[in-house]
Design a binder for this molecule. Structure first.
Ligand SMILES: Cc1cc2nc3c(=O)[nH]c(=O)nc-3n(C[C@H](O)[C@H](O)[C@H](O)COP(=O)(O)OP(=O)(O)OC[C@H]3O[C@@H](n4cnc5c(N)ncnc54)[C@H](O)[C@@H]3O)c2cc1C
Length: 445
């Protein structure tokens, strides 16, 4: 009998399992072993920070295949634009296996089988797999985007290939009339290149017609022309890239994490970062429930609102990026993806000389938050219409710390002085500016 069973040993599943094992729980991790070979992802900077903080960086170091020194994009303008700054490209098969190895070292029990449909009866989960049946108190679905999901945006697919005999000196992104192309070096003379298209254009193709579509798209792109006739290291893979979310991601005895909870548009290239964040949050929900240290309702509310807020933020971010592209803006692919919901109010101007007070719309109340001990509990916080979720911390500062300092009206300089007794000056400045922009602090007239 396990405390928790995690279905799926991708980055989200492995990190959730490791987090729970580090809290001392007995964890079963199901690894179907059906990884897609030749899959390469860019590791986002925040994901690197997370791995460092969690002592998991060796997994990324083992899987690192290249560090292109910048990115070349043909997106907003026809003229390619080079942005310096390193990008870390990972071999996902290697990375996932390295994380699973760390999970095993952390006393996670590995089941190298595909988990079949779990059922809950007699107060526990029953998960059939291979010849065995695993039982657990809590179930974590980390099985990826094929899981129980609801579409949240235009249906998109990626045709992914590894090309040999080509050298890409940097990471590249280029818009096309009916999609976009991403590429990165994965060795001195080979590159991972993916073509993103509306899903309907990728359906029903044979291997030959898919390859023809892929090569034709590359041929017509300035930054990828030299890739069009390169040799493929293996068959082209088609991956679903439609943004989607689990409609009911958490309950008192289960949670979905990673892509099974929230799968975002790869244009943002944030998938791994979100997967790690959701893994931490799912582990916290499970820890809170199993430890009995708090009621599950705070944990459930926390996880649901976090999922919705992340989804809203990323849909808006992706739409903004699509809308920055002008050349093919009238094509159906771009029209469908660049619709930006008008924000209810533009951010307010910061006026250093004005007197500011807390808005009457600020509603102080206990709100659910992830605490430093890994549990979810209610702490003093507030709600305000500018924020999609209740606020317990802003710029890393507990609301309970800064709200009392803002109770009486004052200029920003005086409010900063009050806050500086509690937090560092730079942090106080950032916090106050953010509060004015979001209208939590309003001019006192
Ligand atoms: C085309 C494309 C490009 C992307 N590029 C990037 C990028 O550059 N950077 C980035 O950060 N993100 C990128 N992403 C997103 C990123 O790949 C995902 O967010 C990330 O893989 C999510 O990890 P996960 O563990 O939730 O799911 P997955 O990586 O899908 O892992 C799920 C695992 O569960 C296993 N599994 C499924 N069912 C079962 C079962 N019943 N029993 C046992 N095991 C099971 C699967 O075999 C798999 O190993 C991209 C996504 C796409 C589609």
């Amino acid at each position: 009998m396990f405390d928790a069973a995690v279905i799926g040993a991708g980055p989200a599943g492995a990190v959730t399992a490791i987090g729970l094992a580090r809290h001392g729980y007995r964890v079963a991790l199901f690894d179907a072993g059906s990884r897609m070979p030749g899959r390469y992802d860019r590791l986002p900077p925040y994901a690197i920070e997370f791995l460092k903080y969690q002592d998991l960086l060796p997994a990324a170091e083992q899987a690192l295949v290249s560090i292109p020194p910048g990115s070349l994009a043909r997106w907003q303008e026809d003229e390619p634009l080079f942005t310096p700054g390193p990008h870390h490209i990972l071999d996902r098969d290697c990375f996932d296996r390295a994380l699973v190895a760390i999970a095993r070292h952390s006393s996670v029990s590995l089941f190298a089988h595909c988990a079949r449909r779990p059922s809950f009866f007699g107060g526990r989960w029953h998960i059939p797999s291979g010849l065995a049946q695993v039982e657990s108190h809590f179930l974590i679905d980390a099985s990826g985007r094929a899981s129980n999901q609801r579409r949240q945006g235009a249906a998109t697919a990626a045709i992914c290939g590894i090309l040999t005999g080509v050298r890409l000196p940097e990471m590249r992104t280029e818009a096309a009339p009916n999609g976009w192309v991403w590429g990165a070096p994965v060795a001195a003379n080979s590159a991972a290149v993916s073509v993103f298209l509306a899903r309907k254009h990728c359906a029903g193709l044979t291997q030959a017609t898919r390859e023809a579509l892929y090569r034709q798209t590359l041929q017509q792109r300035l930054l990828f022309r030299k890739c069009a006739n390169a040799n493929l290291a293996g068959p082209l893979m088609v991956r679903d890239a439609t943004p989607c979310a689990h409609p009911d991601p958490v309950a008192a005895n289960r949670a979905a994490t990673g892509d099974a909870c929230l799968a975002l548009d790869p244009l943002l290239s944030h998938g791994l970062q979100i997967a790690f964040r959701l893994a931490t949050q799912a582990a916290a929900v499970c820890h809170t429930v199993l430890s009995g240290a708090g009621g599950p309702d705070a944990a459930i509310e926390f996880f649901r609102t976090a999922q919705r807020a992340t989804l809203a933020q990323h849909l808006a971010g992706a739409a903004r990026l699509y809308s920055e592209h002008r050349t093919h803006a009238e094509e159906p692919f771009w029209l469908e993806r660049s619709r930006i919901e008008p924000s209810p109010e533009p951010s307010a101007e910061v006026r250093p000389e004005a007197m500011y007070r807390l808005s009457a719309l600020v509603r102080p109340e206990p709100v659910p938050a992830l605490l430093p001990n890994g549990l979810i509990g209610r702490v003093e916080g507030f709600r305000h219409p500018a924020y999609a979720r209740p606020i317990a911390f802003l710029s890393g500062v507990p609301a309970a710390t800064f709200l009392p300092a803002l109770a009486a009206p004052a200029t920003l300089a005086d409010l900063a002085k009050r806050c500086e007794r509690l937090i560092a000056p730079a942090q106080a400045q950032k916090l106050l500016t953010g509060l004015v922009r979001s209208r939590v602090l309003v001019a006192a007239v």
